[in-house]
Design a protein around this ligand. Structure first.
Ligand SMILES: [Zn+2]
Length: 252
């Protein structure tokens, strides 16, 4: 099989990698008003650029919550630093897959770079957010997929997003726990009825359409969470709300 063409440029992150929280890559904005605390994360895998583009766009537009709180997280910056479009799979992670390490016993013994980073990020994931959207992309071309995990409340959010995106109710991964299922986000419905968390696969890593999907689902998620009004989002991010259906077509 010939290599798939990688047409999505690598975003310049120099302005945005520092964060404003003391934790590298983590930005946090508090409206001072009651409301949901939502987290949007990108670069759990270093070669999945669509989410980095979406978060960078939110930061550049100066998006701030009108109510509640917003956290934006660039997760595996060390892997992302190694990104090379000619060999993009090599920057998926440094030592091991970061999206299997969200377990307290692994965080307690952070012997790989990814576990150390998960330990640093865990306080931003475990307890505080009541909503989480984790932006990913895929190794092969394909239609976007929303992965809900097993909790019905997440399926409810996926349906609320009201986009004809394929929804997958996926079981846990045998090699470890995903960020989507960590801490309070992973508790059963009756123990954490207010939380919602989703993972979206936005299409092929190198397809510019994956960036459109990441942007569109990000503003839709913010809108459904109620932290910004639709009109505020529309004013801040014109063109991000895409007509449906979205697809990340084959780029063979
Ligand atoms: Zn991924």
């Amino acid at each position: 099989m010939t290599a798939l063409q990688f047409d999505l440029p690598c975003p310049d992150m120099s302005m945005w990698r520092q964060g404003n929280t003391g934790t590298e890559g983590v930005w946090h904005f508090d409206s001072g008003q009651p409301g949901r605390h939502v987290l949007i994360s990108a670069l759990i895998h270093g070669n999945e650029l669509c989410g980095a583009w979406a978060l960078k766009g939110l930061l550049e537009a100066g998006v701030r919550p009108s109510v509640g709180q917003l956290t934006l997280m660039f997760a595996n910056l060390r892997a992302f630093e190694r990104f090379d479009e000619a060999n993009h799979d090599a920057s998926r992670f440094v030592d091991e897959d970061m999206n299997r390490q969200w377990m307290d016993e692994r965080i307690a013994e952070p012997r790989t770079l990814e576990r150390q980073r998960v330990a640093a990020l865990a306080p931003w994931v475990a307890v505080r957010p009541t909503g989480s959207l984790d932006l990913h992309s895929m190794h092969e071309p394909g239609a976007p997929l929303l992965l809900t995990g097993m909790h019905p409340r997440n399926l409810q959010l996926a349906r609320q997003l009201a986009k004809p995106v394929h929804i997958v109710v996926d079981a846990g991964h045998k090699d470890g726990v995903r960020m989507r299922d960590y801490g309070r986000l992973g508790l059963p419905d009756d123990q954490a009825p207010q939380t919602r968390s989703l993972l979206i696969e936005c299409g092929f890593h190198g397809d510019p359409a994956s960036r459109d999907v990441a942007r569109d689902l990000s503003i839709r998620f913010l809108e459904v969470s109620g932290v910004l009004s639709p009109s505020a989002l529309q004013a801040a991010l014109p063109g991000w709300n895409r007509p449906m259906p979205l697809s990340s077509g084959p780029s063979k």
